[in-house]
Design a protein around this ligand. Structure first.
Ligand code: GTP
Length: 448
């Protein structure tokens, strides 16, 4: 795409400059040849005027001169040495070249007029009567005024002797023709040199122009691919420079806005995550809260039941917790809750779900775990709680937990298994606390 733009720009520049060169060349050529024609005409007129005045001066008047000698004969005689005179018509073109001193120059140059043909002009007397018709008018005929408009006066001592009307184009001299040919040649050379220069400059300029645009296109492509922060080189203060500056500014603004957006998005995501965590965690113990536990438990219960897998559920309650609060302080009670939470969390599998169900009540779901295995695990937990160095919190402190366990997936809903476990907990409390009760451990609950 860029290359085609470069080619287009180059072609446009080359065509423009070549057109300018052609126009200049044609105008110069036209002006030069027009000027040469004009100069040749002026020279011819000067010669003609000199011949006419000399002719009239020689014999007194045109008419008297005509009685003695024809004008053509006079002109030939005037310009050539007598020994070269012949009857050959002068205007047919001289066969030889005459030097300024009247000597013949050899070798003769064929077809080259020595001076402008004498009858390049029609000659009229001051009243408009034809003296020399030039083949167009008869002698003695009157030329209409309109035809006399371009006539030049032939003067002698401030007197108009006659009028000369130019007809046809003068023949250029060999020197003039050489000049013209040289000028034409120079113009052709100039045309080629200017053409080469135009091509070179065209490529150079288009490269400069298109390279700025190329850089911009590449930067936009990179932006499309996600790299919003782009910086292109600013070349000068022209339109491409302004464009590049504006692009850099926009790119920086866009990248900045995007970074801010990303940052706020990250903050929002983090906050959402935090809020979600807060909504499912118990503030004091950092275990899952009751609401989240119920959601997960209902799902797991349905899943295990559906695929006929085992699942055990334990509910535990700290023994005489009210007494701990009352005897040691509410803060100590909180410390106890946190310590029990730590034991439950750290001593169960990651796949087990541990939650604070309320007050001093804790629940654990053991997925894929049959009752006997869960009972052994609960017994281990019970012993860990009992064996915890509570004296580090208070020298007289001793904490135990009663637990109820159930794995009855034949029950219809999770709430039923919860109630079954709660019944076993109730039995554990009734049987003297610090023990685990479940159907499998009937008739006695696991004790110390
Ligand atoms: N420190 C503290 N105490 C709490 C918290 N939540 C509940 N409790 C207290 O826990 C006590 C529970 O007492 P009870 O329900 O009578 O049970 P208990 O004293 O443990 O007796 P048993 O369960 O029969 O062994 C109440 O006094 C509650 O105020 C808590 O977050 N922190």
């Amino acid at each position: 795409m860029m290359h085609s733009l470069r080619i287009k720009l180059s072609l446009a520049l080359i065509i423009t400059s070549m057109s300018a060169v052609i126009v200049v060349g044609v105008v110069a050529q036209w002006r030069v040849s027009t000027r040469f024609d004009q100069m040749a005409m002026e020279r011819s007129f000067e010669n003609f005027q000199a011949d006419v005045t000399a002719y009239i001066a020689s014999y007194g008047s045109w008419n008297e001169a005509q009685q003695v000698e024809r004008f053509g004969q006079f002109v030939r005689r005037r310009h050539m040495p007598t020994d070269t005179l012949s009857d050959e018509p002068f205007f047919a073109g001289p066969k030889s070249r005459i030097g300024p001193a009247g000597r013949r120059l050899t070798p003769p140059i064929p077809d080259e007029p020595e001076w402008a043909p004498p009858f390049l002009f029609i000659l009229l007397d001051p009243q408009g009567k034809v003296l020399l018709g030039g083949g167009k008018y008869e002698n003695g005929e009157f030329v209409p005024v309109s035809a006399r408009l371009g006539a030049s006066p032939v003067m002698l001592e401030n007197q108009v002797l006659a009028l000369a009307i130019p007809q046809g184009k003068p023949n250029l001299s060999a020197i003039d023709r050489n000049y013209l040919a040289t000028i034409r040649e120079a113009l052709i050379y100039g045309f080629f040199i200017a053409g080469m220069l135009a091509i070179f400059l065209g490529f150079l300029l288009s490269k400069r122009l298109s390279s700025s645009l190329h850089e911009l296109t590449m930067a936009i492509r990179a932006m499309n691919q996600g790299e919003l922060r782009q910086k292109v080189t600013v070349h000068g203060k022209d339109e491409t420079g302004i464009l590049a500056e504006a692009f850099n500014r926009m790119s920086a603004d866009l990248a900045h806005a995007y970074e801010e957006l990303e940052e706020s998005h990250r903050t929002i995501s983090e906050q959402a995550l935090l809020l979600k965590e807060l909504s499912i965690r118990d503030e004091l113990t950092q275990l899952y809260n009751r609401r989240y536990f119920n959601e997960q438990a209902i799902k797991l219960f349905a899943q295990m039941k559906r695929y006929n897998h085992s699942l055990s559920f334990m509910i535990g309650d700290i023994d005489h917790f009210k007494r701990i609060n009352d005897r040691f302080s509410h803060a100590t009670g909180d410390e106890v809750l946190k310590a029990v939470s730590g034991i439950l969390k750290n001593s169960t599998r990651a796949s087990d779900i541990v939650a604070r169900y309320g007050g001093e009540e804790f629940v654990v779901i053991f997925p894929e775990t049959p009752l006997m295995q869960a009972a052994a695990q609960c017994e281990r937990l019970r012993k860990l709680i009992e064996g915890f160095p509570w004296s580090t919190i208070h020298p007289d402190l001793q904490v135990t937990m009663s637990m109820g366990l159930s794995d009855d997936l034949s029950l219809e809903r999770f709430e039923h298994i919860l109630a079954a476990a709660d019944n076993n907990l109730y039995r554990a409390k009734a049987d003297g606390r610090n023990r685990l009760c479940s159907a499998a451990l009937e008739p006695e609950c696991a004790t110390l």
